[in-house]
Design a protein around this ligand. Structure first.
Ligand SMILES: O=C(CO)[C@H](O)[C@H](O)COP(=O)(O)O
Length: 223
């Protein structure tokens, strides 16, 4: 059954793909909404409405999807400058700050977003929050070595970390790392301060706090 949330995600994905022009180097995001955008790019390529697109995927899952759709793929090594990236988010605040990483791809997503001239974030209205962390834990990617050393310092910052697991075993990112999902009761009063304190710890690879990107946020609606 197609829900109104599915329709809203589809609407956001289509409107983001309207920003794509032939010849662009495109960052391809990860997650269910970004997946709809990748499907739409594939459709427009097949229909001949777009041509000469090169996609830089942000995860192995997106790479498989795009390859199956016949979207020509590249890497940041070959195309270090990305014109436009289309990606989803778990939360968006009124300042365009994001939580990402619900799908575990936060590291590659942040690298590709940083290499991008424009970042289009595709969401439905349920992702819009007044304060980051209000509804979604902050994912933190950490090396397996020494991961427990982060737990008490994160608690001292007001967070409650939980090791992400899938089917009873620790979840591994595409880079082979672990993810701590950190709940901040009431959300984050100072996302920049918390991000800086966590990032400063050896063994922390990246956080899902995407701050300072000034994304174009496309909120889909069920029509
Ligand atoms: O950051 C992500 C993956 O790492 C996703 O973009 C985020 O989790 C949103 O996913 P969805 O569109 O399925 O809600």
């Amino acid at each position: 059954m197609t829900t109104s949330q599915d329709l809203a995600k589809q609407d956001a994905a289509r409107r983001a793909v309207d920003l794509v022009r032939s010849g662009m180097v495109l960052g391809l995001g990860t997650g269910s909404t970004a997946k709809l955008a990748v499907d739409e790019i594939g459709r427009r390529l097949a229909a001949g409405d777009l041509h000469d697109i090169v996609g830089v995927p942000t995860s192995e899952a997106t790479e498989r999807q795009a390859a199956a759709l016949g979207i020509p793929l590249s890497t940041l090594d070959r195309h270090p400058r990305v014109e436009l990236t289309i990606d989803g988010a778990d939360e968006v605040d009124p300042h365009g700050r994001l939580i990402k990483g619900g799908g575990g791809a936060l590291l590659r997503e942040k690298i590709v977003a940083t290499a991008s001239r424009r970042l289009a974030i595709v969401v439905d209205a349920s992702k819009l929050v007044e304060r980051l962390g209000a509804t979604f834990p902050v994912p933190i990617e950490v090396t397996p070595f020494g991961w427990t050393t982060h737990l008490d310092p994160i608690r001292a910052l007001g967070g409650e970390p939980v090791l992400r697991a899938r089917d009873g075993t620790p979840y591994r990112t595409d880079g082979g790392n672990l993810i701590l999902d950190v709940t901040f009761a009431g959300g984050l009063a100072d996302p920049e301060g918390v991000a800086a304190a966590i990032r400063a710890r050896p063994g922390v690879v990246e956080t899902g706090l995407f701050l300072g990107f000034s994304p174009e946020v496309i909120v889909g609606h069920a029509r």
